[in-house]
Design a protein around this ligand. Structure first.
Ligand code: FES
Length: 65
């Protein structure tokens, strides 16, 4: 058995999404609920994804400040 800190439920990627491990429900800014259906889901943190609340990779083309 591995310690929980070796496989955290939430991982914040630098300049990228928040990875969520396991079954969760994400509430978007409008209050709509989105259930995760994958072992790991990527939640957009840049606000530019066309697939909100999920990351679609758009953050990779946003110029860094
Ligand atoms: S974090 Fe990836 S598109 Fe926003």
């Amino acid at each position: 058995m591995t310690a929980p800190e070796e496989h955290p439920d939430v991982i914040l990627c630098a300049d990228g999404p928040m990875l969520v491990r396991g079954d969760h429900v994400i509430q978007d800014a409008e209050g709509q609920l989105h259930r995760t259906t994958r072992p790991i889901s990527a939640v957009c943190r840049c606000g530019k994804s066309a697939s909100q609340p999920w990351c679609d990779g758009t953050h990779k083309v946003i110029p860094k400040r």
